[in-house]
Ligand binder design. Structure first.
Ligand code: TV7
Ligand code: CA
Ligand code: ZN
Length: 373
């Protein structure tokens, strides 16, 4: 496996932000992942950078000025008046106004924009921002724990250099914000794998394929509970292979949402760490400039393990890495086995028993064939 030039964007402040007591989204997981990355001595093998904070102007490349101004101003104390009693900008408990909300957004978005610039400059083959991947954020509204859509901002930056960008989303939830942003263009293909059916955000059927020039360029792969390491590659790999053949992307953004792992607090899929990372390995070997982003992931210790391991995959050192975890400040979290692993559980794979996965795969391939590849 060839050596690649990796840039890793990390802001040591990111772990200090809190969405509030009891909220499932925990920025602290980036710090735990980082500590593993340090302890495994990956830092010396890649270019490590603290990304510049994204400016309000940079955010306005996608979001409205009014919404960005709101995020700049809102605090827990001004929430009710600035959201018009929770009817604008932030609706419901998923997106609280927490202390430092705007700074958190500048870190997450700053990392993805910097990652895009780093690839486009030709300085790196793979750029990583585990604080990014916040795929639900809309132009004028927060949604599903996401306030600023760092992914859209990163892709817009890539489009200044690259003719075609492929976005792949393996988070358990539908990547609706990114899909919507590029729904009518043929320069960005979006492809989300997600649980569909009585699950947030409720979009992402195979009938939703894009519009106008973008018709066929939004790819949705709806899944049922329990997809595992055996069945997931039988849809991920042929679908991606077909996309690479028909769309021929000049750059790829892979959202590595870790709520598709077994045992996730919010997710309902059954991938192991190795099964999840296999997606990274499959994309890496295509030798196309690549951005790796975070996203969901709510069983914190498993998110940290997986993103640390996927950093090792980017470096091509996954076969050398010690599966016994090194000592870190959070070592005791990883008991009782203290291993670099996320194991599957005994849930049934609802995708294979009625042949639904075969139908979804066939329908996706037909959609891609219709593009005329
Ligand atoms: C990318 N699921 C984001 C995924 C966003 C999922 C939801 C919660 C949740 C929110 C909490 C909370 C929760 C235990 C779980 C319809 C509702 C139901 C809020 C209580 N505990 C990503 C968003 C999803 C907030 N939202 O893709 C504060 O679960 O299902 C919904 C919407 C209305 C709001 N209520 C939940 O992974 C980063 N929210 C505890 C405290
Ligand atoms: Ca997804
Ligand atoms: Zn998710």
């Amino acid at each position: 496996m060839s050596k690649k030039r990796i840039s890793y964007f990390y802001d040591p402040d990111v772990g200090a932000y809190s969405f509030g007591l009891g909220h499932p989204m925990k920025p602290h997981r980036m710090r735990i992942a980082h500590d593993l990355i340090v302890a495994y001595d990956m830092i010396s093998r890649m270019h490590v950078m603290r990304p510049p904070r994204a400016s309000p102007e940079a955010m306005s490349a996608f979001h409205t000025d009014e919404y960005v101004d709101f995020l700049k101003k809102v605090t827990p104390a001004t929430h009710d008046s600035l959201t018009y009693q929770g009817t604008r900008f932030l609706v419901g408990d998923d997106n609280p106004s927490f202390e430092g909300i705007f700074e958190f957004c500048t870190i997450s978005a700053g990392g993805s924009i910097a990652a895009a610039k780093r690839l486009a400059s030709g300085a790196s083959d793979i750029a990583i921002n585990w604080a990014g991947g916040l795929h639900h954020a809309k132009k004028r509204e927060a949604s599903g724990f996401c306030y600023i859509n760092d992914i859209v901002l990163g892709i817009l930056e890539l489009l200044r250099t690259y003719p075609r960008v492929l976005y792949i989303d393996i988070d358990c939830h539908h990547g609706d914000g990114v899909e919507e942003a590029f729904y009518s263009t043929d320069r960005v293909m979006t492809c989300s794998f997600h649980k569909y059916g009585e699950f947030f955000p409720g979009t992402g059927t195979q009938e939703d394929k894009g519009r106008g020039k973008g018709t066929g360029y939004a790819v949705n792969v709806p899944l049922k509970d329990g997809i595992n390491d055996e069945s997931f590659p039988t849809i991920f790999e042929p679908v991606i292979a077909k996309i690479l053949e028909t769309f021929r992307p000049s750059a790829i953004v892979l959202q590595c949402g870790a709520d598709s792992l077994a045992g996730d607090k919010l997710g309902c899929l059954n991938l192991t760490m190795d099964g999840h990372a296999r997606c990274v390995q499959y994309i890496r070997k295509q030798n196309i400039p690549l951005i790796l982003l975070g996203g969901g992931g709510y069983t914190v210790k498993n998110v940290a393990r997986t993103w640390a391991f996927e950093t090792a995959c980017a470096l091509g050192m996954e076969n050398e890495i010690d599966r016994n975890l090194p000592w870190t400040e959070y070592f005791e979290w990883f008991g009782p086995r203290y291993r670099l692993e996320v194991l599957s559980n005994n849930m049934e794979d609802q995708n294979v028993k009625d042949g639904s996965l075969d139908e979804v795969r066939q329908k996706t391939i037909e959609q891609l064939n219709a593009l005329g590849g």
